[in-house]
Design a protein around this ligand. Structure first.
Ligand SMILES: Cc1ncc(COP(=O)(O)O)c(C=O)c1O
Length: 418
């Protein structure tokens, strides 16, 4: 029995799989005192759980809706009513000139990126290679192993600005960003996982202008952004053009278990994603769309994002930053990325004696789980760049007491790392 090259590549494991396995074992081996500050799971917000309960009762209470949800295949593109409602919401709230033909549903954002990267990247009909460019490393770890051809990803180091004592921020280094003929698409997450960076409106407009000039799509991952879940603390506007492809997911809105996301793109791209969905999965799961459909139709999805989800994470971020200011030693040169969105603190330990991987291992021994930063640097950014091994991602989505206890232990370990 022999796997194909592609089969071998897809099933051959990845850094992130090893790490997730390691995290899982660390968690099952340790007791209830483990502080899990490593995962990307959204928090369980009581007000949102009440919404899910109400929606499930409504679905159960209407036999026609229940049957449609459980016992009928949707078209591969998604539920037509939900596509209509989302297009209407984007027209009304953002002024985007879109209809259902611009939208395709996928089983989570992860699958959307797998489709999009391989739709544009890889060998083209004329034999030339197409590459996906990430204009600002570090980027979301989940992209790193999605290319079906080796060498498909390119990436660029950012500029780093020291914004305040113990703070820094990445910006796109446009001097390094060149769109050669091999670049087939660009992709950014906004807010960015892991750093909590939000690419500014000016940077986004600049990227869009470059994409438009080169005739390639700019893929924008809104997993934490607008219009839902809206975990954005910086002042930033969404952008639509003929060259933007947006991915919006229900996961950080609180429904990761339903595996539901939406690609909003020029009709040719949305149709291609829908065709890829038909080939790989026939149709999407109905549950996420059934739960969220009425919330999209009546605008509750953006109201809840604004009134419940954003304030919840903003308070968690501020509580975590307060603990950091109290327990991290002022005398060591630690820096946190400006937390402008998402669920994470991104800690940079410049010139520390220990690498992020060593710190991860030491913290794991002490029952604190974080994610070592090197997994978020991929593509072809310079491997000798020390910064790649100097960062840790720390989630603040868990209970405040766990975040506090975890940060206290991290403070001791980073003090010992200098
Ligand atoms: C930046 C980013 N994009 C995409 C995803 C994929 O999420 P999902 O497949 O649950 O929509 C995640 C999940 O953590 C993420 O952090």
């Amino acid at each position: 029995m022999t796997f194909s090259s592609l089969g071998g590549m897809l099933s051959g494991g990845s850094g992130i799989e090893l790490l997730m396995d390691d995290l899982g074992h660390a968690l099952s081996a340790s007791g209830p005192s483990t502080r899990m500050l490593g995962g990307g799971n959204p928090a369980h917000i009581p007000a949102m759980e009440a919404v899910w309960e109400r929606r499930l009762r409504e679905i159960m209470g209407d036999p026609a809706v229940l049957r449609r949800t459980l016992a009928i295949y949707d078209p591969p593109r998604g539920n037509p009513g939900v596509l209509e409602s989302l297009a209407a919401l984007l027209r009304e709230q953002f002024g985007w000139p879109v209809g259902p033909e611009h939208i395709a549903v996928t089983p989570g954002g992860q699958t959307a990126f797998y489709f999009l990267f391989n739709l544009f990247g890889g060998k083209r009909p004329d034999g030339t290679p197409g590459r996906i460019l990430f204009p600002l490393m570090p980027e979301y770890i989940g992209y790193a192993n999605q290319a079906l051809e080796p060498g498909m990803f390119a990436s660029v180091r950012p500029d780093i600005t020291h914004t305040a004592p113990h703070r820094f921020k990445y910006t796109i280094d446009f001097d390094r960003l060149a769109l050669g003929p091999e670049i087939a698409a660009m992709c950014v997450s906004r807010p960015t996982n892991p750093s909590g960076n939000v690419i500014s409106d000016a940077e986004l407009v600049h990227l869009e202008a470059m994409a438009s000039k080169a005739g390639i799509p700019l893929i924008i991952d809104n997993a934490y952004g607008w219009p839902f879940p809206g975990i954005m603390f910086a002042d930033a506007k969404p952008l639509w053009s003929d060259h933007t492809v947006h991915v919006m997911s229900l996961s950080k809105f609180g429904l990761p278990g339903t595996r539901t996301a939406f690609v909003i793109a020029p009709p040719k791209i949305a149709a291609a994603v829908s065709s890829m969905m038909a080939v790989t999965g026939l149709a999407n799961g109905n549950f996420g769309q059934a739960i969220a459909g009425p919330l999209i139709a009546n605008g509750d999805i953006t109201r809840l994002s604004r009134e419940v989800i954003r304030p919840y994470y903003l308070a968690k971020r501020d509580a975590a930053l307060k603990v950091v200011s109290e327990v991290f030693p002022d005398s060591i040169p630690y820096r946190l990325h400006e937390c402008e969105g998402a669920l994470f603190l991104w800690l940079w330990l410049e010139n520390a004696r220990r690498t992020s991987r060593e710190l991860y291992d030491r913290l794991k021994q002490r029952g604190v789980i974080v994610v070592p930063g090197e997994y978020f640097f991929f593509g072809d950014t310079d491997d000798s760049w020390r910064h790649r091994h100097e960062c840790l991602r720390i989630s603040f989505a868990m209970a405040d007491a766990d975040v506090q206890a975890g940060l206290e232990i991290i403070a001791e370990e980073i003090a010992a790392a200098y």
